[in-house]
Write a protein of this length. Sequence first.
Length: 414
Amino acid sequence: MYKKLINFLGDALTETTKKNERRRREETTKKASPESLELPPEIIREILTRLPAKSIGRFRCVSKLLCSLSSDPRFAKIHLDLTIRNDSPVHRKLIVSSHNLYALDFDSIGCGRIRDLVGKELDYPLKEDPIKFDEMILFHVGENLLKLNPERYRRNWVEIIGSSHGLVCISPSEGALFLYNPTTGESKRLPEKKMITGEEFQTHGFGFDDLTGDYKVVKLVADGDHVLNASVYSLKEDTWRWICDLSYEHKDCFSSGVALNGAVHWVFTKHNQRVVLAFDVKTEEFREMLLPGEAEDCAHSYRNFIVGVLNGRLCVVNSCYEVHDDIWVMNEYGVASSWNRIRISLLYRSMKPLCSSKNGEEVLLELDGDMVLYNFETDASRYLGIRGVKLSDGFEADAYVESLISPNSYGSVK
């Protein structure tokens, strides 16, 4: 369908160009044209809204009219709304951070024919900055290994905070946050937030407020064992605001929050009980959801719970760097009694669900540094490689929707 629309639009534009040239010649000779092949702008706009964002980007080079129509922030919003409403898998992409930042088209995953994925290297903000050793890499590999083989672990590490409605929140270097559109390459650096004295740990989450149509980044800052400060950034206002002070222990890894059902989620501990802490992007309030008591039956000395999303449901995985074979899934969002333990046929030390396949039968997992496609019904699994990208040294990934939303002009959309 998209190919037919693209071909039709291309043919129409060709005819329009020929018509304009013919009209100029005929006006010179004072002859009128009996035919009219030129498409009205409103028809062209209607066609464009139904095309993939990448195709629209290419059409911007064809004519000033196409560039003007598709560059309008209101058009970008209409196009995104149609994309999300239609929920068409053709628009879905995967953004992967491993040495650099890559975009993957995984539309054919789940069709039975895919072997390896192809990664396209992205031009992201601060890419050309000198390579830095990220504290997280140092923590995972250790100082001795880093000194022994520095080239193996040297990378442009880009932390992926999350994605929402076509934009991805990334941190390409310590203290730098950007809202980035991988489709258009546009980015906006968030203003620096004043540091808290004694700051030791911090985590972020990214979500979309569909009530006000605003993109928001929430930041939690911890000093020692307790979260001290919660603040939120609004793209429309382009400012940070303090929300409240909290008191939770961070016994688990301080990973980025996971967005689902209009909220961002982390695992924290309160009164020696682990809870899922949820930040409501609309109301800007926090709420707690208890984990099942059996989830903490792990006898390992170090436990590390990670929040994820599995086929549209909240889940928690114990990635404690010891062998596990289960995952906890909340079948009814917000209902503590609906937690259900699912056993899988794979043993793992660290694991996180990334996204569902096109057919909805398989789930893409980050499992011990590998990318694995797993079928929860049949327990079948297969390892996927990314052509031209090394995953052996670890990676981060998130799914996103292709869009034309500009983080630099979004506040002007009414």
